[in-house]
Design a protein. Sequence first.
Length: 351
Amino acid sequence: MRTETDFEDLMEEAYGLPNGPAKLGMLEEAARIADLSGMDEEAYEARSEIVEVASFCGYPMKALIAFSWQLGKFDQQPELYDEETLMWSYKWILGKMTIFPEISRDKIMELLEDFGRRFQSFGYSDRSYWYYRFRVYMDLGELDEASASYAKFRDLERDYMSDCEACEQDEIMRYWDRMGDDEKVLQTAKPILKGRMSCAEIPHLTLSEVLMPLYRLGKIDEAHVHQKKGYRLIKGQNDFVQSFGEQMEFLTLTDPAKGIDILEETLVLAMDHEDPFAKMIYYARAASLLRRWAEESPGYRLRLPASFPYDGDPGDLIKLADYFGDYAKSMAERFDQRNGNRHVSSLIEKR
């Protein structure tokens, strides 16, 4: 039987690894050992780490499951556990809740308000509450409410519970994109693109997000520079499926051959991805790319992963495009039904 020593060895090894499947697997094994040994505090530690790692390496469902356990354990015996650790986990989870259409709007809002009450009860600033309210309403397509929350959190001073400045800047940039203001997108992105703000996922996300605003403003050469740099940063990484889709959207219009290369290199990461929103964006952009490529290179046979669940002819690019497009459309309809608007459908329609 594995023991506390095994738990400590696994955790020590996991802490030395970068975020990814290997680290996540070790943390899950450590949590299993702690559960079997009745080591509740150690199990809590392991699941706190699982929430963080899974949130940032493409396994949001694993993060949700671990957080549900963590929150329940904290509420049973709050005197045993650190509330700061809990609230950081809560923030990461709030950032992922909206990507699952099966989680109702009412449940999302219930958790958001619970998060706000807990922040107040622990004596923290309201800034993080208003920041995550801004993000949630933006994801739900309720842009008036998002704008009001944006104004609120921008008026409050940052504290040690605030997200990093680079992540916040990227979210503000995404807000201006949703508002349809390409000039504001680029203005907000400037400190990131100039290297003055960065973190583990920034500028990785940003470099793909600015491509279409740059394209629409006629800054094609600058966009190509960011596309190349951005792809180098994210290539082969499971957490950037939506970014691959954003790259394909730009390349469909400017260099579809390169877009096809990216599709063939990254489809294996997208097809089983745990983030349904990111997969929807990817599949929508793949559909548009394939329709363009069918015009440019008729008869081309797309190289599909052996396990890809498609029985048709990979040389019939239009039918393959319909397969990707139908998936994206059906998923967008699920989000729209949950949200009560057509915000998500509008994101995957041709812009």
